[in-house]
Design a protein around this ligand. Structure first.
Ligand SMILES: Cc1cc2nc3c(=O)[nH]c(=O)nc-3n(C[C@H](O)[C@H](O)[C@H](O)COP(=O)(O)O)c2cc1C
Length: 309
């Protein structure tokens, strides 16, 4: 049997297939089902210091088969209630809290809070793509200096994964900025900023108007981003791992990200309502490795890079 064990920022995982933030992660019970089914690790929904109610609906729409547009508005109960509800140190597989804040100071407070509750690694959401309609500034992940400041603030308390946006001119430069600010890893990508219009109502489909696209349409975009981030990090002499996210719905899709150099992957939209699917995708990746004769992930990680012009 293929050995899929992988190390991620000091955590030892049985396999590289992780749950992505924001999908099927609203209760500890669902997370436990995914752990039982063979997930490598579980990333929680984005947690802010104070509770956030989220946007008015509709918050999710299926814009093509399996492809979603969402603007949830990061609804969450706030850090204190989250820590009451979720166990960050027990559990069958590591639980990685995902943190969201508007300032570096708040990223620092959140990171200190989850570190104090036993988290060994956190993901920071620098890239939520749907600030309020009419907003015209940059996302944190679109500005290398802002991404670095937020990363450093959180990384002062525990190892962090900086989650990047596909909506940038040079994702490699952002990844390098995060590495130099002390990130333990970067994850790419968050959803792609997008819009859909209801022709009967003659208005945007989502309550927030703008949203983020996820699902199979995102796979080629995510692969390009990961490959560019991996190459930029290598060129800059950083060994920091990249986690591939976007459009994964099978073990074959997960293998594509690892061939682009990803250390691990996260899966969201394709799980639909089926938490057990995560473990199945990990098993499919193992099957792919056996068919190809690969005993370990290192044996094929980054193989696609040699084909770059
Ligand atoms: C309904 C929904 C909610 C999401 N919520 C979050 C979130 O709270 N924080 C975050 O960092 N990413 C969030 N994401 C983005 C996913 O974690 C992931 O980056 C993206 O969906 C691409 O992966 P996928 O194509 O496998 O879904 C959300 C995605 C969806 C579809």
């Amino acid at each position: 049997m293929a050995d899929m064990r992988v190390e991620l920022a000091g955590l030892k995982l049985a396999n590289p297939v992780l749950l992505a933030s924001g999908i099927l992660d609203s209760t500890p019970g669902i997370l436990a089902r995914m752990a039982d089914s063979g997930a490598g690790a579980l990333v929680t929904k984005s947690i802010s210091l104070e509770p956030r109610p989220g946007y008015a609906g509709p918050t999710v729409a299926e814009v093509a088969p399996g492809t979603w547009l969402n603007a949830m508005g990061l609804p969450n109960p706030g850090l204190a209630e989250f820590l009451d509800e979720f166990d960050l140190q027990g559990g069958l597989v590591p639980v990685i809290p995902n943190l969201v804040a508007d300032t570096p100071e708040d990223f620092g407070k959140l990171a200190a809070g989850v570190a104090g509750a036993g988290a060994k690694l956190a993901e920071i959401n620098l890239s939520c793509p749907h600030p309020r309609a009419g907003w015209s500034g940059l996302l944190t992940a679109q500005d290398p200096a802002a991404a670095a400041t937020a990363t450093a603030a959180a990384a002062a308390h525990l190892p962090v994964i900086a989650k990047l946006s596909p909506d940038v001119a040079d994702i490699g430069a952002i990844a390098v900025a995060c590495a130099e600010a002390g990130a333990a890893a970067v994850s790419a990508i968050n959803t792609m900023p997008a819009l859909d219009i209801d022709t009967e109502l003659e208005r945007p489909v989502l309550g927030n108007a703008f949203g983020g696209l996820s699902g199979p349409a995102l796979l080629p975009i995510g692969l390009r981003c990961v490959l560019k981030a991996v190459r930029a990090l290598r060129d800059a002499g950083h060994a920091m791992p990249v986690i591939g996210i976007g459009g994964i719905s099978s073990g074959d899709d997960a293998a594509k990200y690892i061939l682009c150099g990803a250390q691990a992957v996260q899966v969201g939209t394709s799980l639909g309502g089926n938490p057990e699917r995560l473990g199945e995708i990990a098993a499919e990746l193992g099957g792919w490795m056996e068919r190809k004769g690969y005993a370990t992930l290192d044996a094929f990680r980054g193989n696609a890079l040699e084909w770059l012009p």
